[in-house]
Design a protein around this ligand. Structure first.
Ligand code: G16
Ligand code: MG
Length: 222
């Protein structure tokens, strides 16, 4: 039976995906090219250095490792400037209500954060959600970004729950792939046209109740 919920951070709990896009775009523009909203989809859930490599390849730019490190640091500084202004008001619609429901679920459900971001804990602090999670897996605890399943497998292990008993909430194509490779039920937050591999897709957590979700998993798993 499902006994744990694993949440992605960017795009599921808060909309920091927009901040990442702004900061990467500013960097790309300074290098003389632009990145589209569509291209940005491919960066979601991808680690900082891997994202930089994808962007530079996209712009046809080759740089030394030293210069790349400088750019990644610059991007992170711009990103942190945006993060520093975050408050609990930035929690996405439906998140608070969904957590309220899951805290009262019987049998009880455990929760973990599964983010590739090295800034995840800082963001949880800014929105006052650190104590909502039984385990926090972030970019400081993993070696491979999504779509590698490491982040979610670590989450399940830290909670002491079998991967098959976990549900993952993800807004990114790479994140849904990571969840499926971990052997977990994947709830996509966004559009079914983008998140084609998800087991269930909803526009936001506002459109889902814990009871409905557990029933949907049961139907899917027979
Ligand atoms: C997030 C974002 C990615 C970002 C990555 C690393 O992953 O979706 O766009 O590149 O973290 O973030 P940072 O540069 O803060 O370490 P997730 O897993 O939370 O969606
Ligand atoms: Mg995300």
């Amino acid at each position: 039976p499902i006994s744990a919920f694993l949440f992605d951070l960017d795009g599921v709990i808060v909309d920091t995906a927009v901040f990442h896009y702004q900061a990467w775009r500013r960097m790309a523009n300074e290098l003389g090219f632009d990145i589209s909203h569509e291209f940005n989809e491919t960066l979601k859930g991808v680690s900082r250095m891997d994202s930089l490599d994808l962007i530079l390849a996209h712009g046809g730019v080759t740089l030394t490792d030293e210069r790349k490190l400088e750019l990644a640091t610059q991007k992170n500084d711009w990103y942190l400037e945006l993060v520093s202004r975050m408050t609990p008001n930035d929690i996405l619609p439906g998140v608070a209500g969904f957590f309220h429901q899951l805290k009262h679920a019987q049998p009880p459900l455990k929760t973990a954060l599964g983010s590739v971001s090295k800034n995840a804990r800082l963001i949880l602090e800014r929105i006052h959600m650190v104590d909502q999670f039984d385990a926090i897996i972030d970019g400081t605890k993993i070696t491979r970004g999504k779509p590698d399943p490491e982040v979610f497998l670590n989450g399940a292990a830290e909670l002491g729950v079998a991967p098959a008993d976990c549900v993952v909430f993800e807004d990114a194509v790479a994140g849904v792939e990571a969840a499926k490779r971990a052997g977990m039920f994947a709830v996509g937050i966004g559009s079914p046209d983008v998140l084609t591999e998800a087991d269930l897709v909803v526009p936001s957590l506002e459109h889902l109740t814990v009871t409905e979700l557990l029933a949907a998993v049961e139907r899917a798993q027979g």
